[in-house]
Design a protein around this ligand. Structure first.
Ligand code: MLT
Ligand code: MN
Length: 312
C-alpha cells in the first residue's frame, strides 16, 4: 500500500491567507526550514493506480496539481480520474470543502459517518455532487469495510473506522451559546485504520483528536504507522500568538506537549512510525530550526510536510 500526505496543515493552511503571525510571515518570505503546507488530506492506493482520498481539503485542486498520481492517465478517456473514493474523518471545512472542486459529473464514492453525511445533506451546495453519480455511503464503526468506487468495484483498500474524542464542526456550533460544550465522541470525528491486501501492520490516520484515552491507546498498539493530530504544540498557543481566543481543547485538538499531550500520552504505546499531520499555522514545529521541532523529533515523532510518501 502507498500513502501520500498531500496536505499536512490544519484548517487555513500554511501560511493562512490572513495570518500575520511570525510563522506565516516566515513561510511567505521563503525562510529556510519553514515550508508552506496545504490543508489536511492524505491519499492511499493499494496497487498504485486507483487512489482513495482521506478528506477533501479546500486545497484539493492544488494538491492534485502537485501529485501526478492523482491526475488523469495519458491514455484514459477525455474525462477521467484515478480518484475512486473519498473517506471523510469529520465535517470540518478543511476536510469537506474540497468535495465541491470534485464536481463535473465524475463518478467516485463518498464514505462518512451518519453525522458527517447529515452535514453534507444539510448543506445543499453539496448536491452539486449528484448522489446518482457520487454515491454517499455510511462508514459504520467497528466494521472492516472494503472501500469501493462509485460502481461498487473494490479499490483494494480496507478501512476500520472508530470514533475518537472530538467536537462537532465549527459551523454547527450554536452561536447563541458560545460557552456550551460542543465536544463529541460519538462519530462526529473518527480515526481510520487503513490497509491494502498486503499491508504489513496497521496504518492509522487520526487528523483530529481531543484526548488520548485507554481505548485509543489499546487500538494503536503495534501500529506500523500513526498519522496523528498535530494542530497545536501547546494548548494556549493561539492565545499567546494573539491570533485567537481559543485553546486547542476548545477546538477539539489535543496539544503535542505537556503531561496531557499526545507525545506523553502515546510514549509507551508501541508504534513503529509516528507522524504529526493537521499542523496549525501557530505551531512552532513548523520551523525546522525551532527547539519545539527538535523536541518532537527527539520524542520519536516526524513532522509531516506535503508530498511525504510512505510505503507499507
Ligand atoms: C479544526 O480542525 O478545528 C477545524 O478545521 C477548524 C475550522 O473549521 O476552521
Ligand atoms: Mn481541521
Amino acid at each position: 500500500m502507498l500513502v501520500k500526505i498531500i496536505g499536512s496543515a490544519a484548517g487555513g493552511g500554511f501560511p493562512q491567507w490572513n495570518c500575520n503571525y511570525r510563522l506565516s510571515r516566515a513561510a511567505r518570505s521563503g525562510m529556510r526550514g519553514v515550508q508552506p503546507r496545504t490543508q489536511s488530506s492524505i491519499a492511499a492506493s493499494a496497487e498504485g493506480t486507483g487512489w482513495v482520498l482521506f478528506n477533501a481539503s479546500p486545497d484539493i485542486r492544488q494538491q492534485i496539481a502537485q501529485t501526478p498520481e492523482l491526475q488523469p492517465l495519458a491514455n484514459a478517456p477525455p474525462r477521467s480520474t484515478p480518484i475512486r473514493a473519498v473517506v471523510l474523518t469529520n465535517a470540518d471545512i478543511d476536510h469537506i470543502a474540497g468535495l465541491l472542486s470534485l464536481r463535473e459529473r465524475q463518478p467516485f464514492a463518498i464514505y462518512a459517518t451518519p453525522q458527517v453525511l447529515a452535514a453534507l445533506e444539510a448543506n445543499s451546495i453539496f448536491n452539486i455532487l449528484d448522489p446518482a453519480i457520487v454515491p454517499r455511503r455510511i462508514l459504520a464503526s467497528t466494521d472492516e469495510l472494503a472501500i469501493c468506487d462509485a460502481g461498487g468495484r473494490e479499490t483494494g483498500l480496507v478501512v476500520d473506522s472508530f470514533p475518537v474524542p472530538g467536537k462537532i464542526a465549527l459551523y454547527l456550533e450554536q452561536r447563541s451559546d458560545p460557552g456550551a460544550d460542543f465536544s463529541s465522541d460519538t462519530g462526529d470525528t473518527i480515526g481510520i485504520r487503513v490497509s491494502g491486501a498486503d499491508a504489513r501492520g496497521a496504518v492509522f490516520y487520526v487528523p483530529g483528536c481531543a484526548r488520548i484515552d485507554a481505548a485509543l491507546r489499546t487500538r494503536l498498539a503495534n501500529a506500523a504507522c500513526l498519522m496523528f493530530d498535530g494542530t497545536v504544540y501547546t494548548d494556549d498557543e493561539m492565545i499567546t500568538a494573539r491570533v485567537g481566543q481559543k485553546t486547542g481543547a476548545r477546538m477539539g485538538h489535543i496539544a503535542m506537549s505537556g503531561e496531557a499531550g499526545s507525545i506523553a500520552g502515546l510514549a509507551d504505546v508501541k508504534i513503529a512510525r509516528r507522524i504529526f499531520v493537521h499542523i496549525n499555522n501557530t505551531n512552532p514545529v513548523l520551523d525546522e530550526n525551532s527547539a519545539e521541532h527538535a523536541a518532537v523529533k527527539a520524542a520519536g515523532w516526524e513532522v509531516a510536510s506535503d508530498g511525504m510518501e510512505l510505503e507499507f
